[in-house]
Design a protein around this ligand. Structure first.
Ligand SMILES: CC(C)(COP(=O)(O)OP(=O)(O)OC[C@H]1O[C@@H](n2cnc3c(N)ncnc32)[C@H](O)[C@@H]1OP(=O)(O)O)[C@@H](O)C(=O)NCCC(=O)NCCS
Length: 467
C-alpha cells in the first residue's frame, strides 16, 4: 500500500522499486544521456506545485535563471548575466502601502522570537495541513549566523502600524564547487509570507530585494531549494524516511499501516540495536576539526556540486554545541560523530544529522514529531568497501538518533545515499526537493540511479545539503 502524503517530510512506502538492483545497474552513459535530456515536462508534478506553462512564470521568466527547455551545451557552466553595479538600485524597492522593510538580527532573542512566531504559524505545511515544519529559535540562530553572515541579508517585512513581522527571506554566504569550479553564492532560505498576505506578489519583491543587497556586496550567484517547480532545477531529489518510533508516527497519521502488516510487525521491522556497532565511533570533538575538514574536503569531491567549507564554517555547522553549551541537550540542533581507528587513531569517517520538529496540527496526544535529517558524512573507505561501510555508519546514525528521542530520520536521494537507503529500511516519500542556482547556467546533475558509486571514484550528482 502506498502511504500517501505530499510534504517534504512525510512517510512513504518503504518498498521502492526504483531502488531495486536492476535500476542500480544503469550504466553511466545512460544516466548521463538521461540527465542531459532533463526537461521540465519530465519533472515530477504530482502535486499543485507542479510545473506551469513557461510563459506563466511572470516573475521567473524575467530573472537570470535557466529557462525551461533551453538548448545547447551547458557543461562548462557560468554566469547568465554580468552585473553592472551602476545599474543596481542603491535604495530598497518600494513595498506595498502599510508595510516596511526590516532586518532581523538572529543574535537578538526578541527578533529571533518574532521570526520563530512567523515561521511556526506560516512556514511549510503538508497539503492537508496536518504537519508544519517548526524550526526552533536555537536552530534559526544557528542557520542564520554562519561565518560571513550579515544582518542586512535577513530581510523582514513589518506591518507599519503594528510592527508585526509578516514576511521573511534570508541568505548566508557560502562557497560551492560546481564541476570543480568554486563559486561564491548566497544560500537562500526561510522564504515565508503570512497566510493573509499570500498571492500579492510579495515573494518576487523579497527575492528582488535580497538579490539587490547581494549584488551590492559582490555576490552574484545564489543556491536555493523548493518543493515548487520553478525554472529550472539543477537537481531534483526525492525524500526518504526511516521510522525510528513507528507507533508514534502511526498514531499521528504520519505513517500508515500497510494492508498486509500488523502494528507489531511494523514495530519489529524498524527495531534497532541499542548501541552503535562501528568500532571507534564517538561524538566528534573540537580536536577532530582539522581531520574532519580534510576528510570532507576529499569526499565531497565525488559530487558535481558540493560545498567548500572553511575550517570556521565547519566549526559552525558541526560544533554548535561546543560553542554554546548553555543551550542544553533538548535544544540541540546538530549531532556529529567520527570514527577513530582503534589502533592508528586516524579519523576515518564522519557522520552528522540535524534536528527539526514538525508540529502535529490536529493531534491531541502528540504535539510534535522530532525529525533527524541526514547532514554531511564522509569515509576514507575504498570504493569497493564503501557501500558496506556507509551502511554501518548510517545505521549508527539511526541508532544515535533513536537514543536522542527522534521519531523519524529523513534523507534525500543524493550524495551516495543510494548505497544504503534500501538496506536500512528508508521508505520513499512523496516529497520532492528541487535545487536551483540563480544567475548560473550549468547542465542539471543526476542523483537517482547513480549506480556507478559502487565502482567509481566520482558518482557525480548533488552534494550540497540545505537546511
Ligand atoms: C512560498 C511563498 C512565500 C510564496 O508566496 P505567495 O504569496 O504564494 O506568492 P506571491 O504572489 O508572493 O509570488 C508568486 C511568485 O513567487 C514564486 N514562488 C512561489 N514559491 C516560491 C519559492 N518557494 N521560491 C521561489 N519562488 C517562489 C511563484 O512561482 C510566483 O512567480 P511566477 O509568477 O514567476 O511563477 C508562500 O506561499 C509561503 O510563505 N509558503 C509557506 C512557506 C514556503 O513554502 N516557503 C518556501 C520554502 S522553499
Amino acid at each position: 500500500m502506498e502511504e500517501s502524503n505530499t510534504t517534504q517530510n512525510h512517510l512513504p512506502t518503504s518498498n521502492d522499486p526504483s531502488l531495486s538492483k536492476s535500476n542500480l545497474n544503469l550504466d553511466k552513459a545512460t544516466v548521463s544521456e538521461l540527465l542531459t535530456k532533463l526537461r521540465i515536462a519530465e519533472l515530477p508534478s504530482d502535486d499543485s506545485r507542479g510545473p506551469k506553462d513557461v510563459e506563466s512564470y511572470k516573475f521567473w521568466k524575467t530573472q537570470p535563471v535557466p529557462q525551461f527547455n533551453e538548448e545547447g551545451d551547458k557543461s562548462r557552466g557560468g554566469a547568465i548575466r554580468m552585473i553592472n553595479l551602476d545599474e543596481v538600485p542603491k535604495d530598497p524597492y518600494p513595498l506595498l502601502d502599510g508595510f516596511e522593510w526590516a532586518t532581523i538580527d538572529p543574535e537578538n532573542e526578541t527578533e529571533v522570537g518574532e521570526l520563530y512566531e512567523l515561521l511556526s504559524k506560516h512556514y511549510v505545511e503538508d497539503d492537508d495541513s496536518t504537519f508544519r515544519l517548526t524550526y526552533s529559535p536555537v536552530f534559526l540562530r544557528w542557520a542564520l549566523t554562519s561565518p560571513g553572515w550579515q544582518k542586512q541579508w535577513h530581510i523582514g517585512v513589518r506591518a507599519s502600524t503594528s510592527q508585526k513581522l509578516v514576511a521573511f527571506i534570508s541568505g548566508v554566504p557560502a562557497n560551492i564547487s560546481i564541476h570543480a569550479q568554486t563559486v561564491k553564492v548566497i544560500e537562500i532560505n526561510f522564504l515565508c509570507i503570512h497566510k493573509r498576505l499570500r498571492s500579492k506578489r510579495l515573494a518576487p519583491l523579497l527575492i528582488r530585494e535580497i538579490t539587490r543587497r547581494c549584488y551590492l556586496q559582490g555576490i552574484y550567484q545564489a543556491i536555493y531549494t523548493a518543493a515548487a517547480v520553478l525554472p529550472t532545477p539543477v537537481a531534483s531529489c526525492r525524500y526518504y524516511h526511516r521510522p525510528l518510533n513507528w507507533l508514534k508516527l502511526y498514531e499521528t497519521g504520519f505513517s500508515h499501516l500497510p494492508a498486509n502488516s500488523t502494528k507489531a510487525r511494523q514495530i519489529a521491522k524498524y527495531h534497532l540495536p541499542s548501541t552503535t556497532q562501528t568500532p571507534g565511533l564517538r561524538p566528534m570533538q573540537a580536536d577532530d576539526l582539522g581531520a574532519v575538514h580534510e576528510l570532507l574536503e576529499r569526499y565531497l569531491q565525488r559530487f558535481d556540486i558540493s560545498p567548500t567549507f572553511s575550517i570556521d564554517e565547519l566549526r559552525h555547522w558541526l560544533f554548535l554545541e561546543a560553542d554554546r553549551p548553555k543551550e542544553g541537550a533538548s535544544k540541540r540542533v546538530v549531532w556529529a560523530f567520527v570514527v577513530e581507528h582503534p589502533e592508528t587513531q586516524e579519523i576515518t569517517d564522519v557522520v552528522s544529522f540535524y534536528a527539526i520538529e514538525s508540529a502535529a496540527l490536529s493531534h491531541s496526544q502528540h504535539n510534535v514529531i522530532r525529525t533527524a535529517y541526514l547532514y554531511y558524512y564522509a569515509s576514507t573507505e575504498s570504493t569497493q568497501n564503501l557501500q558496506q561501510r556507509l551502511q554501518g555508519l548510517i545505521n549508527d546514525a539511526l541508532i544515535s538518533a533513536k537514543k536522542a528521542q527522534f521519531d523519524v530520520f529523513n534523507a534525500l536521494r543524493l550524495q551516495d545515499n543510494d548505497l544504503f537507503l534500501e538496506k536500512l529500511r528508508f521508505g520513499r516519500g512523496d516529497g520532492q526537493l528541487n535545487y536551483y542556482l540563480f544567475n548560473y547556467r550549468v547542465n542539471p546533475v543526476a542523483n537517482e540511479n547513480h549506480s556507478d558509486c559502487l565502482d567509481s571514484q566520482r558518482p557525480g550528482g548533488m552534494g550540497v545539503i540545505m537546511l
